[in-house]
Design a protein around this ligand. Structure first.
Ligand code: WT7
Length: 663
């Protein structure tokens, strides 16, 4: 299967929205789309102000839309006050949706639990009261390290209710990663579970919290709240650890929300950049909520009776915007899934779509590609043709480029040739979709994320920050601040400024970190991949430097360089070049060390960061000034011959060593 950019750029198939879809769409037809874009163009603040008044219920209305005085530290709706949890729960109960199902939870083993809006509000209020009882206040940071669960959503919503800033750490991150985030955030409390259930196995979670707190040099954490998922063995530290079910017992199911300023930090979410240290992306309350609502309604065309399913984990931004906040703020019904797509077999997603009559389905290309393979390998069980998927109306893709072959398979086999595929481009930093088709508007081209979301001023520029012609590649930028944008990097405003608003581009453009090209005729955007040292492995964002730091922290390793290489299923695979402090290992010994290093990276960062391939050399290819030539390493990783001149290399002979993969 080809994931190459050339196949996307040569793509000429076009899929127009059907007249029936257009007729019922929330944004209906290209003229409606253009009218929204024109409104934003003509009166930017008027546009966003209007939408913020129409889609959010404010406790105190705002009078200022955008405050640019401290740019690039922009403020949206700064004098408005609201509460996100109220907008997701109380608002819907008051509107008569109390008995409507908010969440359909399906556990790993298949048990289904439904929670109505009224019950969810009660559970959030009780847990919020419990957090208050433990001394958590407005502005405190709370780490959430939970599996996919109703409790995960409740924990996040409860933080939002009392004005605590949550920082969810994906359950696949290690104790070390958890410790770094606890320390950087200065968190006061951790919410975790005894174990998580995935693919028929129970995997301990709480021990990682214990280890993180033992490793930690700070003592900011006062309590750990433990949700009992399996009842497996847990060591509870007296005075610090408390059971979820015990702290919520006897709590009132009424909890007055903390009305916060629109700029109050709703959450921090750590993500990888080009340096070793993950950055705490800080999001706002009002602007973030607005974009989660708008994109639910416009990109997914959410209707009151829809069942929406986003398969992401709440540990990533996709799970924040399209599980915890967006669907609930719209009064929707959504699926929360604990398990994995391949258990009990690779038909699980299709079975669930059939069982729950899912209307809108949102997943990642890596999942689609692996399920294509599974369906072909085991057609009687895993092929979508065995299931009734006619409930589907809209499909979505997120996290990485979707190659035209995967797009077509998704469109035909899952969408029955009837459901538009929304290839949504966005980032942790953007809060929600920034380039995406709208299903009742945009003619679709497989592999292109098409056009900007109305009001997001996206462009492609050269090194000096000037727009490039359509058809020419360049840096993807956003030219004006937008409501759901990152506000700062927690503890590091300088890094925020230079990473996202670099002076070379004039200091005013938001630099996404991706290369892009617009189609010469249609102006459609195609994303060409990261321009920095960030990898995208199975839709998970990882810094090469983070993995390098993890490798060199192993006592055997002198030096390491990590690059990505194209991978059929995962999009990108991690290739590590390693120089040991001792002689270059070969044979069995090399295999042994590879295993040790992979485990070490798993321990330092998490299993998702383990290198797919490790190659050993006596040295790395360096220029005479000592700079590692990553370009050559990428060529070698792809298994291609080096055709460029290597005469500036200090040590050309080691290239041969580095061709050798330890299997
Ligand atoms: C990076 C952001 C989007 C939320 C989940 C990932 C890549 C994301 C697409 C897409 C091509 C995409 C970009 C981006 N990316 N969506 N539709 N087409 N590339 O968020 O972990 O912050 O990663 O994912 O490289 O910069 P993230």
């Amino acid at each position: 299967m080809s994931t190459s950019i050339e196949s996307v750029l040569q793509e000429h198939r076009i899929f127009n929205p059907s007249p029936e879809f257009v007729a019922q769409a929330n944004v209906s037809g290209m003229d409606a789309y253009k009218a929204l874009c024109a409104e934003a163009e003509a009166d930017y603040e008027g546009y966003w102000g209007r939408l913020a008044r129409e889609h959010i219920v404010w406790k105190q209305p705002f009078s200022t839309v955008l405050d640019e005085t401290k740019a690039p530290f922009y403020k949206w709706f700064p004098d408005g006050k609201l509460n996100v949890s109220w907008n997701c729960l109380d608002k819907n109960v008051e509107a008569g949706l109390g008995d409507k199902t908010a969440i359909i939870f399906e556990a790993d083993q298949g048990e289904v639990t439904k929670v109505s809006y009224r019950e969810l509000l009660g559970r959030v209020a009780r847990f919020a009261n419990a957090l208050k009882g433990l001394g958590v206040k407005k502005g405190d940071r709370v780490i959430i390290y939970l599996p996919m669960s109703i409790e995960g959503v409740v924990a996040m919503q409860a933080c939002a209710r009392i004005g605590a800033t949550h920082s969810v750490v994906f359950g696949g991150f290690s104790a070390q990663s958890l410790r770094d985030r606890i320390e950087d955030a200065g968190a006061v409390l951790i919410i975790t579970a005894d174990e998580q259930c995935r693919g028929g196995r129970n995997i301990p979670l709480k021990p990682a919290v214990d280890e993180a707190l033992t490793l930690s040099g700070t003592d900011s954490i006062k309590n750990v709240v433990v949700y009992q998922r399996t009842g497996g063995p847990s060591v509870m530290t007296a005075g610090r650890d408390v059971w979820w079910h015990e702290v919520v017992a006897n709590q009132s199911d009424v909890c007055e929300p903390e009305w916060v300023e629109a700029e109050h930090p709703l959450f921090l979410l750590y993500t990888s950049g080009s340096t070793g240290k993950p950055k705490g992306v800080q999001h706002s309350t009002g602007g973030y909520l607005l974009h989660s609502i708008l994109t639910m309604k416009w990109t997914f065309d959410l209707k009151p009776d829809d069942v929406f399913w986003c398969t992401a984990d709440i540990g990533w931004v996709t799970g924040h915007t399209y599980i915890t906040y967006g669907p609930l703020a719209c009064g929707g019904t959504e699926i929360v899934f604990e398990g994995v797509p391949t258990f009990p077999n690779a038909g699980r997603f299709w079975q669930m779509i059939q069982n729950h009559k899912v209307n809108i389905f949102y997943t990642a290309p890596t999942a689609i590609r692996s399920l294509i393979k599974a369906a072909e390998g085991n057609p009687d069980v895993a092929h979508p043709k065995n299931f009734d998927l006619t409930s589907l109306r809209v499909l979505g893709s997120v996290g990485e480029p979707i190659n035209p072959e995967a797009w077509m398979w998704y469109y035909e086999n899952i969408g029955g040739g009837r459901c538009p595929v929304m290839d949504t481009f966005w980032q942790t930093e953007t809060g929600g979709h920034v380039i995406t088709p709208l299903p009742g508007v945009t003619p679709l081209v497989p592999g292109s994320c098409t056009l900007p979301f109305p009001g997001i001023m996206v462009s492609v520029v050269d090194e000096a920050g000037h727009d490039v012609e359509w058809g020419k590649g360049g840096f993807l930028v956003i030219k004006r601040p937008w409501p759901s944008m990152i506000r700062t990097i927690w503890n590091d405003p300088e890094r925020f400024k230079h990473s996202y608003f670099p002076e070379d581009l004039g200091g005013k453009l938001y630099l996404a970190g991706d290369g892009a090209v617009r189609d010469a005729q249609t102006g459609y955007f195609t994303i060409m991949g990261r321009i920095d040292d960030v990898l995208n492995v199975s839709g998970h964002r990882m810094g090469t430097m983070e993995i390098e730091s993890a490798l060199v922290s192993h006592p055997l390793v002198a030096e390491a360089a990590v690059v990505g290489k194209p991978h059929d299923i995962k999009g990108e695979a991690v290739v590590a070049y390693v120089v040991l402090k001792r002689s270059r290992p070969v044979g069995e010994e090399a295999k042994q060390i590879v295993k040790e290093l992979r485990d070490h990276v798993g321990h330092e960062i998490g299993p998702i960061a383990k290198p797919d391939e490790i190659r050993f050399g006596d040295n790395l290819p360096k220029t005479r000034s000592g700079k590692i030539m990553r370009r050559l390493l990428r060529t070698l990783a792809k298994g291609e011959e080096i055709t460029s001149d290597v005469s500036t290399l200090e040590n050309p002979h080691i290239l041969d060593q580095l061709k050798e993969v330890v299997k």
